[in-house]
Design a protein around this ligand. Structure first.
Ligand code: IVH
Length: 670
């Protein structure tokens, strides 16, 4: 053995110091100094010595973060200083009123503000005695909370020992970074468990787990924003933050000392735009009067401090009622359930519907008609149903029965084993034909301008077309009789349809809408086979040997050409004079620039550039701007308070870009 207790004491002390230093470098400063391997070796050496001399183990040793036994309960504990919450405001006017109230109470005094991010997590108070972690208590009702010490100790960025021997209480927010949140949900999904709706709920669920070993897996983290030393704060909030930092606590790097209201407003605007860049969720900013003396003189109302306020960002989640579920039939026959919602405002737009993806998703989330649901617009803007508010159920909610037949043509639906999507397999289903025609005419396919939804609906209703080939037999007189169609627009449409005959074979191939054959695959097939006839005769083996074509795609192609009605379709398209052989493209402008061939629509108030500037940028990069959203639109760029165009874009599933995303895509930001 060799080592004496005295030597062990010294070595243990040294190892703990080193481990604490490296934990802080890694978890707080994000600046690791040694490799994981070297770090693990330090911990192993410490563990070995501690097992040799168990009497030397202290509760704040780095080896003691994760308790080996589950706890039985979380005893209720009183807060020595109540943990109040904050008053909220939602607009610039309200924030200015908050400052005016303070101005009235402190006439003529100069005010400084500390602006902080409002982290969407759980409030926590952590007590240190004699330099050691002692107890962690949840906010609870503000007066009493639960002792969750064993779980909070597992947070690796939190020091278990500090250099102040006085009674120290720090307060802050426990949160789950997005990455950890997603990992947890992925694992839950695999196990068939219900998913957490957001990182906050996941953090709340985690802090109440009885087994600290499980908590340690979940990677909670904590930002501190308050410190009391023997019940006293520093002379200012800024100094509170600096002291926390000095003692090794993790404070949010984006805190800011503001000397004017304008600076606060700039901070707010900045983070409202950039909240998606953070790796944790924030729901607003918190503004605090910096001076502790001023804070004390301002005091509290019955519920809130007068010296601080939360200025919230527009909500991205809202609850509303699910009134109905409609089934949409896509081009490939896929049946998609769509939630019809009681209209609700969500970050500036009215939401009335949202996709529910597929039947399995409905069942997994146990979504019923009449349920209150939590909906969310995340970075990508399209709303989705995140969860059902089961606690609001009255018993009147009805499970949705997925229709056994296509709601449009009544053909029994088919769901292959192992797949989640039910399909209408009737190739003549009017809903499928409608979508097939729209796809055929879409910009990247045959690009028949003017042939949009409204027109296709009319043409189908009047039985002027039943399928794609009928487009090529439309007559001027027939078109002129349609709503909103004069002789000139009828002629234009016929010209457009005629122009489609000159499109290259690879575009026709894409336009046919063969499952799994996107633009790129269509190009590969056209280049290799050169003609429709050759492709139609291709064997499975020939197909899978091509780059990017796997078994699924190959099977789908073979299936397509084997079907009689497709053979007829192709025959008729040939007779109509469409190009069924690949040759050099003529007559079309060469595409240049990263926005070549793309059509943009702008909506809402733009902050980063004017409409004219945006147009110039787009045109310089080869794109064009139009004023209304249609299936031909490639991207909709949204500013603040967007109108119906955004809604339309969502209905059509058109990608939506923020101003930032646009600048980024245009190559104008990093
Ligand atoms: S200060 C009396 N600062 O938001 C002052 N709170 O709605 C109380 N929160 O209960 C809190 N980030 O859990 C403060 N930077 C921050 C915060 C923050 C998140 C939470 C906290 C509080 C709630 C108030």
């Amino acid at each position: 053995m060799g080592i004496t207790k005295h030597e062990a004491t010294k070595r243990i002390d040294k190892l703990r110091q080193q481990i604490r230093y490296h934990e802080k470098k890694y978890y707080v400063d994000n600046d690791p100094q040694i490799s994981d391997y070297e770090f693990d070796n330090l911990v192993k050496e410490l563990e070995k010595l501690e097992s040799q001399f168990p009497e030397l183990i202290t509760p704040d040793s780095p080896t003691q973060r994760v308790g080996e036994q589950p706890v039985e309960s979380f005893p209720s504990v009183e807060h020595s200083i109540p943990m109040l919450s904050l008053d909220n405001c939602y607009s610039q006017e309200e924030f200015i009123e908050f400052v005016q109230r303070i101005d009235k109470l402190l006439p003529g005094e100069k005010l400084e503000f500390v602006a902080e991010l409002k982290i969407d997590g759980l409030g926590i108070a952590i007590i240190y005695r004699n330099g050691h972690f002692n107890q962690a208590i949840t906010r609870g009702d503000g007066f009493r909370g639960d002792d969750v010490s064993a779980n909070v100790k597992t947070i690796r960025s939190l020091p278990l020992a500090i250099s102040l021997k006085e009674e120290v209480e720090v307060r802050g927010e426990i949160y789950l970074p997005f990455a950890s949140f997603e990992k947890i949900n992925q694992e839950r999904e695999k196990k068939g468990e219900s998913l957490f709706a957001n990182p906050r709920n996941a953090a709340a669920g985690t802090i109440r787990l009885l087994d600290p070993r499980e908590v340690a897996q979940r990677q909670l983290d904590v930002y501190l924003y308050y410190i009391f030393v023997n019940g006293q704060q520093q002379p200012s909030q800024w100094e509170n933050l600096q002291l926390l930092k000095k003692l090794g606590f993790k404070i949010n790097p984006h805190v800011r000392l503001c000397r004017s209201v304008e600076e606060v407003l700039t901070y707010y605007d900045y983070w409202k735009q950039h909240r998606d860049d953070l790796d944790f969720d924030v729901d607003g900013i918190v503004i605090k009067i910096n001076s502790t003396d001023q804070q004390q003189r301002l005091g509290f109302t019955a519920k809130f401090p007068r010296w601080a306020i939360a200025y919230k960002f527009p909500a991205r989640q809202a609850t509303t009622r699910l009134i109905d579920i409609k089934i949409q039939v896509g081009r490939t026959g896929a049946l998609t359930p769509v939630a019809i919602l009681q209209p609700v405002q969500l970050s500036g737009i009215t939401i009335t519907r949202s996709t529910l993806h597929n039947e399995e998703e409905l069942r997994r989330k146990d979504i019923r008609l009449g349920d209150y649901v939590l909906i969310e617009r995340s970075g990508d803007v399209i709303p989705k149903v995140v969860a059902v508010m089961k606690e609001r159920r009255t018993g009147q909610e009805k499970p949705f029965v997925f229709p056994p037949r296509c709601p449009i043509c009544q053909t029994p639906v088919f769901k292959p084993k192992g797949e989640v999507i039910s399909r209408c397999i009737n190739p003549s289903c009017p809903a499928r034909l409608r979508e097939a025609i729209l796809h055929f005419a879409s910009r990247r396919a045959m690009n028949i301008e003017g042939l949009g939804e409204a027109l296709v609906d009319q043409l189908m209703a009047k039985k002027l077309i039943k399928g794609i080939p009928d487009l090529f037999h439309l007559q001027q007189e027939q078109l002129e009789k349609l709503e909103r169609m004069g002789p000139k627009s009828a002629q234009n449409l016929l010209n457009q349809i005629d122009a489609a005959k000159k499109r290259n074979f690879h575009r026709l191939l894409y336009a046919l809408g063969i499952r799994y054959v996107g633009e790129k695959t269509a190009q590969i097939l056209a280049t290799h086979f050169r003609s429709l006839d050759k492709l139609a005769q291709a064997s499975y083996k020939e197909l899978v040997e091509l780059p990017d074509i796997g078994p699924k795609v190959a099977e789908s192609i073979i299936f397509f050409f084997r079907q009689k009605q497709n053979q007829e379709l192709l025959q008729r398209l040939k007779e109509a004079g469409l190009k069924t052989e690949e040759e050099k493209e003529t007559g079309e402008a060469p595409s240049q620039g990263r926005f070549a061939g793309m059509t943009f629509v702008l909506t809402g108030e733009l902050n980063r550039f004017t409409r004219d500037e945006a147009r110039k940028i787009i045109e310089n990069l080869g794109g064009k701007v139009t004023s209304s959203v249609s299936r031909k639109t490639t991207v909709v760029i949204v500013g603040q308070n967007p109108g119906s165009k955004l809604q339309r874009a969502q209905e059509l599933n058109i990608p939506i870009w923020t101003e930032e995303k646009f600048l980024h895509q245009a190559g104008l930001t990093a």
